[in-house]
Design a protein around this ligand. Structure first.
Ligand code: NAD
Length: 507
């Protein structure tokens, strides 16, 4: 462990605990029963926030407010230009408050402060991009239906949207959903994770400051049961937009089927990076190191599975291990830190359980494989870990470990690499490393995943759609497809002139 790069407690000042409340119909409210839940910093152990814990009355009031705000038509029929103006203002306000938002994000999630700042800046860009889409909504016209008919296809907002978010990228993920829903003319009820409620509440403050009308975006804090469940079943909700685990995604899909709501799901992944022998191994090793340790591996896009050609497997593994020792793990508040704390003690033991089970089943730990104690902070950290000598059927090679743990598998032929890639219940993202463009393109076309990266990993742009196939989800976020998710199609058929032939014979 001594040969790792560990950043001790920085001694940075931690602000007083944030008080998070529900935002319902433009007003900040506590829960009717007064219930709250506290969140402590996973790295520092200090109290970060005390949040209202929602129950049925708060969820029902928020849904009623969103329904009312939609049905009046004031927001849904407002011009794209006026909605864009508000979204642009929100982007400016996010940038104004970037440091404050990033600090709370770091304290609740355990992610490094420099990364949190980059995510908040990226979120502002998403609000700007969504603003541009608000002015581009249009349908089709059909001028070839005959001399006396004109057909028009309208794109309309789908209605009231429940937005349910996870803890790993709290501000970024709500910003992949809410501005697109608002650009479309929808109204919303947002539920952040119970572990990371505060920055969504700050976003609520900014929405009010930007002039968003009351009831258009509401926030209810609390747990999946009952808040998320009511948001998935209430008949007044038209769509659920969910990001989180595949297990909860399946429950939401089943719950929403009772009222046939539209459901869009961004779920887990076990994302492979496939390395051919002609690849630039230094570049690949760096991207693999980034892919597996970014956000402590608590990332749907974690490149947690390496499938490397046998001829270069040892060399590549050695390079990844050498780089892993240099990645600064430790106090998320120190700007030098690149990997912070694990979200909860329960999750830490789940990560370790995968590693220990694999070892008991014959796997070898090339490095790491244990919790990590950071001077002055305690041990809610996990060491950078590389596990080799795996069989593809082991849980560590198939499940989403969601920690800084890399599984290394090997192959000999393209067919074998594709088989290992596609023999998975997930299909979120995949990567290929080769200097031969036809190797990359063959892989890109045959790999079953929503996103393919060639000779790179985890680049993302507001313009590029993102989402999964198989059990990684359904629907897309970002790009114009991300806007389309929140739009419904309406057909209008118009007769021109008095040419309609009577159906009933005129006698
Ligand atoms: P989670 O599924 O435990 O929780 C996500 C949200 O769902 C939380 O707000 C939670 O309170 C709520 N919830 C829990 N039970 C519910 C229920 N029965 N009905 C409605 N809502 C309920 O996920 P998590 O642990 O917060 O996040 C980690 C997971 O998210 C990982 O699996 C990760 O891969 C996935 N994720 C996916 C993407 C993507 O874009 N594909 C992005 C980030 C995270």
């Amino acid at each position: 462990m001594n040969d790792l790069t560990i950043i001790p407690a920085s001694g940075a000042t931690i602000p007083a605990a944030f008080k998070a409340r529900h935002l319902i119909d433009g007003a900040w409210v506590d829960s009717a029963n007064g219930a709250t839940s506290d969140r402590h910093s996973p790295a520092h152990g200090t109290l970060v926030s005390s949040a209202a814990k929602g129950a049925k009355p708060e969820v029902e009031a928020a849904i009623a407010a969103a329904r009312r705000a939609f049905d009046t038509g004031d927001w849904a029929f407002s011009s794209g230009a006026s909605r864009a103006a508000i979204l642009l203002k929100v982007a400016d306000l996010i940038e104004r408050d970037l440091d404050r938002i990033a600090l709370l994000e770091t304290l609740e999630s355990g992610k490094p402060i420099t990364q949190a700042k980059a995510e908040i800046a990226g979120a502002a860009d998403l609000w700007r991009y969504a603003a541009s889409l608000a002015r581009m909504i249009h349908g089709d016209s059909h001028n070839s239906l005959g001399p006396d008919m004109l057909g028009v296809v309208l794109k309309e907002p789908i209605g009231v949207v429940s937005i349910i978010c996870p803890w790993n990228f709290p501000f970024l993920i709500v910003s992949q959903k809410l501005p697109f829903a608002l650009a479309a003319g929808c109204t919303a009820v947002v539920k952040p994770s119970e572990l990371t409620p505060s920055t969504t509440c700050i976003l609520g403050e900014l929405l009010i400051d930007a002039g968003l009308p009351a009831g258009v975006a509401n926030i209810v804090l609390g747990f999946g049961d009952p808040v998320g469940e009511i948001l998935s079943t209430d008949p007044r909700v038209d769509m659920v937009s969910f990001t989180g685990s595949t297990g909860v995604g399946k429950r939401i899909s089943a719950a929403a089927s009772g009222t046939l709501k539209k459901v869009s799901l961004e779920l887990g992944g076990k994302n492979p990076q496939v390395v051919f022998p002609d690849a630039d191994l230094d570049q690949a090793a760096d991207a693999i190191t980034f892919g597996v340790y970014f956000n402590a591996g608590e990332c749907c896009n974690s490149g947690s599975r390496i499938i490397v050609h046998e001829d270069v497997a040892d060399t590549l593994t050695e390079k990844v291990v050498a780089l892993s020792r240099k990645v600064p793990f430790g106090d998320p508040l120190d700007p030098k830190t690149q990997v912070g704390a694990i979200i909860s003690p329960e999750h830490l033991s789940k990560i370790d359980g995968y590693v220990q089970d694999a070892v008991a089943d014959g796997a070898k730990v090339a490095m790491g494989g244990d919790t990590l104690s950071v001077d002055g902070l305690g041990a809610q950290f996990y060491q950078p870990t590389v596990v080799t000598n795996l069989r593809p059927d082991m849980a560590i090679a198939r499940d989403e470990v969601f920690g800084p743990v890399l599984s290394v598998l090997t192959f000999r032929t393209m067919d074998e690499a594709l088989h290992l890639t596609n023999d998975a219940s997930y299909g979120l993202s995949a990567g290929v490393w080769s200097r031969d463009m036809s190797t990359c393109l063959t892989f890109a076309r045959r790999a079953q995943a929503g996103t393919i990266w060639t000779n790179t990993w985890m680049d993302g742009f507001p313009e590029m759609p993102f989402g999964g196939v198989k059990e990684s989800g359904q629907g897309r976020e970002l790009g114009r497809y991300g806007l389309d998710e929140f739009l419904e199609v309406k057909t209008v058929q118009m007769r021109i002139g008095d040419t309609r032939q009577p159906w009933v014979a005129q006698t």
